[in-house]
Design a protein around this ligand. Sequence first.
Ligand SMILES: *[C@@H]1O[C@H](CO)[C@@H](O)[C@H](O)[C@H]1NC(C)=O
Ligand SMILES: *[C@@H]1O[C@H](CO)[C@@H](O)[C@H](O)[C@H]1NC(C)=O
Ligand SMILES: *[C@@H]1O[C@H](CO)[C@@H](O)[C@H](O)[C@H]1NC(C)=O
Ligand SMILES: *[C@@H]1O[C@H](CO)[C@@H](O)[C@H](O)[C@H]1NC(C)=O
Ligand SMILES: *[C@@H]1O[C@H](CO)[C@@H](O)[C@H](O)[C@H]1NC(C)=O
Length: 485
Amino acid sequence: MAYSFKGGRMSTQFYLVILLVGLGVHTVAVGGAAIRQEMNLENGFTTLNHSMALLQRMESLLVQGNGSDVTLRVRTISTDEMKVIQAHSLVLTLQSDVFDEMLQNNNNSFLVLREPQDCAAVFDKFIRYLYCGDIAVRLDQAIPLHKLASKYHVWSLQQGLTRYMTQHLSSDSPAGHVVGWYQYAMQIGDVSLRDSCLQYLSWNLSSVLQSAEWSSISDELLMSLLQRSDLILYSELDLYEALENWIEQNQPESTMVENALRAIRYGMIPPQHLFRLQKQSPLMIKYYESIRDLLFLAFQFHSASPIQLAKYFDVNCSIFTPRNYLSSSWGAPWVINNPTRDDRSFSFQTQLGPSGHDSSKRVTWNALFSPRWLPLSVRSGYGEHGALQSTRTEHGRPRIIVTPATSSPDFAGVSFQKTVIVSARQQGKMVVRHVYNFHQSTEESGDFLVEADLQRRGSEYLIDNSLFLHVIVKPLYHSLIVSKK
Ligand SMILES: *[C@@H]1O[C@H](CO)[C@@H](O)[C@H](O)[C@H]1NC(C)=O
Ligand SMILES: *[C@@H]1O[C@H](CO)[C@@H](O)[C@H](O)[C@H]1NC(C)=O
Ligand SMILES: *[C@@H]1O[C@H](CO)[C@@H](O)[C@H](O)[C@H]1NC(C)=O
Ligand SMILES: *[C@@H]1O[C@H](CO)[C@@H](O)[C@H](O)[C@H]1NC(C)=O
Ligand SMILES: *[C@@H]1O[C@H](CO)[C@@H](O)[C@H](O)[C@H]1NC(C)=O
């Protein structure tokens, strides 16, 4: 290496060239790493990297306790259990200003720490993270570790755990974990984790309703879910029945029951089922007076066309607003194999609307998927010449348009919202990855599949090289109010 000092500019470069030639293909192939190596050579340094061995030494320092200057006595609150860890104040102080302060105010050779049962159980793991900077986490350990990271101000671990939870909502756990994470996020005021949990529960509601987790949800979470229009589930009737179960298990006070029952969208339940519920559902029989007005409104809705109803009543309320129902009256699944190959089309039928008056009238919809479609504004910039063909395909974006096959006077004033649900595989399971809403074309939603990278075979959005969609058509009657005036 001494060469580079003596030889001056010319010979330094010469030396470098020889070295690079010597390194040959390897240097080119490893990309980013090659640049680092080149720079090192220019400075005359080569990195010898033994950081793994250092980590192992740090770990054995903790395990064997050599040179320990502080003993941690971890007491489990309200038991007489105690765990003893031989630690090093330098390491604790380096990672946590809370430990720093504790140690400064401490005259003893030990620190007594009081932790709840769940945190005490993972305390070793937590301390090991302070020594080694890595940690193996299980679903049920996320909350206690997050509590410790927050208490001792270990921010990198806290952020890492929040990210872990956001990414593991769909993981398998026998009793379910998302409801617990939601409650924890509420408790600590982590809005983004709370919203991720809420969105996961909403998008996965059909599974959640069947799971053991359902009966464990709190009043507050139940009400937040019932108010959402983006719930994905088979039908509103399913939601009513799940609510019945929840109430049976939880026996809440009657105001809570009334509020929950009033959040069911009775207009979305076909009249024949409403008849049955009125006579046979013990819950509805008991609370009939509290929801009588809503049932009456629902039967009025079912008895005539929404256009006639809108002349006299306010149709802009949630009872007439559909959620994302997977039942075949509302839409259809659409699996697109090898989606980047070419344009695909697909036809499906839905009911004209959920009212008893419309539900037997069918509408045929045509859907067209283009893997690389260019907005008009971009397209006109390229001109007509074939030379730009390749640029075109590179810049094009996936798009779906959904239009009725025929027009009908029944459509007057009704606006049909289309929802495309995109499923993907996460931890080996099908989960809803995205939900896009638009009226005619996904162009309106702007970001349709922008991050999907469908060209890549391993795209997270592809399952066995297919795109799994479910298209739902929802008639919205708000527009009738405007057309009335
Ligand atoms: C040293 O090696 C470890 C893994 O062996 C790697 O993660 C780390 O980035 C390396 N450090 C440097 C400076 O190259
Ligand atoms: C730690 O101490 C033990 C004996 O108490 C000794 O055998 C071991 O080599 C020490 N480890 C280190 C890393 O110094
Ligand atoms: C620590 O010891 C010093 C001197 O012996 C004393 O002044 C101080 O109050 C002690 N602090 C605590 C927290 O016990
Ligand atoms: C819902 O969650 C369950 C359990 O985690 C999973 O098996 C299922 O694939 C999920 N479904 C959707 C649609 O996200
Ligand atoms: C419908 O109600 C919502 C909120 O309740 C309101 O934001 C919206 O403007 C209303 N739409 C019409 C057309 O009245």
